[in-house]
Design a protein around this ligand. Structure first.
Ligand SMILES: NC(=O)c1ccc[n+]([C@@H]2O[C@H](COP(=O)([O-])OP(=O)(O)OC[C@H]3O[C@@H](n4cnc5c(N)ncnc54)[C@H](OP(=O)(O)O)[C@@H]3O)[C@@H](O)[C@H]2O)c1
Length: 330
């Protein structure tokens, strides 16, 4: 048997519980991982409530990123062996003593990397990496405006842009977020509360970039900030839509695209995981190199045992975590 956060019916986080349930068996192409640590993300709340785009079959255990040791492998698996230390990104199932993972969604982690760091260097970093490298086509030396810069995806993007030789313009909404973004390496702070944002965001970016604007915007925020950010792009700039933390889905005015030869693209990271797992693995290998050379460092701000899952999910839901919340298994 194993301990697991166990969801029998969709509903509020408060109604979820830790139970003793049977350890699952790996099937064809699958791996059973003894979980060491699991990262907590806002979508986990939505999954538990039944409000996420993918609703797991009931009953299930939530949790989308984990690290641990391979316990057993299913038929046909050759890429990992029992005893390997791995990290994995899954649709659900990480908040448990053991998790089933498709072998292609497992990465071997560096020998000197803790399970806590490995769980923290997961979904947010993959999202940031694919937004920058795959959707925006980032090149060394480019200027990148990162909205929601003190959030999970935002901080990962700030670190990656710096690690890859770019210049970071961190879009934040208060002093504390500005301090956190600076700690992570932001070069310039852009105050997203400076009204009217439609003009002031562009003015601030131009002031900090010798009048040029930014080459790339990574936008997990949406709302009014989205259109204001489009106006802050330089000629041939690219904006990547990541999410709508502000709660409002904006529309694109096509004349903006035409006038400055700019482009807007979207990212649904999990599609890359499911359709091009080899690209996800290559991205993770690159990020492990950056980690080993000290250029990126995930920050697990809160580390608690599995039984504290409700507290961590609520902290994440209330936006009170800077960096990462991580659950550890006994
Ligand atoms: N497309 C994908 O594949 C993908 C992958 C992962 C995540 N996402 C999405 O990306 C979004 C961000 O995820 P996350 O994990 O980074 O969330 P997060 O940690 O909550 O970060 C969001 C950031 O945006 C800030 N923010 C909220 N409302 C704002 C507003 N009106 N104006 C300016 N800033 C605002 C938040 O500040 P406070 O903390 O003060 O609220 C926080 O710093 C979510 O919508 C998530 O669903 C998408």
């Amino acid at each position: 048997m194993m301990q697991a956060v166990w969801i029998e019916e969709f509903g509020p986080v408060e109604s979820a519980d830790v139970r003793d349930v049977p350890i699952p068996e790996p099937g064809l192409g699958e791996v059973l991982v003894r979980v060491g640590a699991a990262g907590v993300n806002f979508p986990d709340v939505l999954v538990i409530e039944g409000n996420y785009q993918v609703r797991p079959p009931l009953p299930f255990s939530p949790g989308k990123e984990l690290s641990g040791e391979v316990e057993r492998i299913g038929a046909g698996v050759t890429s990992v062996q029992p005893g390997d230390r791995v990290a994995a990104l899954v649709e659900y199932g990480a908040f448990a003593g053991y998790a089933i993972v498709p072998a292609g969604h497992c990465f071997q982690i560096p020998d000197d990397m803790s399970y806590t760091d490995a769980a923290a260097l997961g979904l947010s970093y993959q999202t940031a990496y694919f937004a920058l490298m795959e959707r925006a086509g980032f090149k060394e030396g480019e200027r990148v405006l990162v909205n929601g810069a003190a959030g999970g995806v935002g901080l990962a993007t700030v670190q990656l842009v710096r690690a890859l030789g770019g210049v970071v313009y961190a879009g934040v909404i208060n002093e504390e977020q500005a301090r956190v973004a600076k700690d992570y390496g932001a070069d310039h702070i852009i105050d997203l509360m400076d009204a009217p944002v439609r003009d002031r965001l562009r003015d601030q970016v131009r002031q900090a970039s010798d009048g040029q604007g930014v080459d790339i915007v990574i936008d997990p925020v949406g709302g009014d900030i989205f259109e204001a950010s489009l106006r802050a792009l330089d000629w041939c700039g690219r904006l990547v839509v990541i999410g709508f933390a502000a709660g409002e889905i904006p529309t694109v005015r096509a004349n903006y695209l035409l006038v400055k030869n700019i482009s807007v693209s979207g990212l649904q990271w999990s599609d890359y995981r499911d359709r091009q797992p080899e690209k996800m693995a290559a991205a993770q290998r690159h990020m492990y190199e950056l980690y080993r050379s000290g250029k990126i460092k995930p920050h697990a701000e809160v580390i608690e045992p599995l039984t504290e899952f409700k507290r961590l999910l609520n902290l994440v839901k209330q936006g009170q975590i800077r960096g990462k919340a991580v659950l550890t298994m006994a």
